[in-house]
Write a protein that binds this ligand. Sequence first.
Ligand code: SAH
Ligand code: MG
Length: 224
Amino acid sequence: MSEINYDYIAQYIRAIRPESQGILKEIELKLANNEESWPIIKPEVASFLQVLLSLQKPYKILEIGTAVGYSSILMSQYLQPGGKIITIERFDLMQRQAKSNIKKANLQDTITILEGNASDILPNLEDKDFDFIFMDCAKGQYINFLPHCIRLLKDDGILVTDNVLHKGAVAKSKYLVPRRQRTTHTRLREFLYEINHHPQLISAVLPFGDGLAVSHKIGGKNIE
Ligand code: SAH
Ligand code: MG
């Protein structure tokens, strides 16, 4: 089911997408058969990431929120030769499943899982040379993680953030009251405001999947 669009549109877009292969297909099937339940990016988000990554050809990717490694494995297909992904996950059950999937895909040398809470790990990350960051973790934290994402991205890097409209609720006017209650929705609104007004970012909020934000880091210049 689509979170924020007409179901028939989301279903149509999903139906014309080529079938996934290998371990990605395996993960999708387990989910579809309700053998397991874990979060993975929606197919239309997967397609969009594929387009961006095949255009950008990144060398280093940072992901916040590994879950079972589905999006990491998908993104790894678009790395330049020798490229790497660092992905952060705090939940041990997810870490274990991600490791097993990454091993099955023979990507242990490409994808490194950092185990722990991103709020502890991000401030200590020193590589400031990520071409691409995919943020897909606890939505209430996006506003806190944003300064780290900007610091860790190269100039000309891209930040993609998932689930920014949270089933559409973020766009409803009852959440306009700023800061009084810092709920997930008001925090998401602050995040969306910030990426739209930050002098180093050019951003677009896209109403598909559960809402996706794309931000291009343009370096020190102010763009009017
Ligand atoms: N990107 C994955 C899905 C991620 S779901 C995919 O598409 O395949 C979100 C994951 O983020 C969950 O596994 C959750 O445990 C993890 N997470 C949420 N908040 C986090 C945080 N602050 N630090 C580290 N991991 C976090
Ligand atoms: Mg998500």
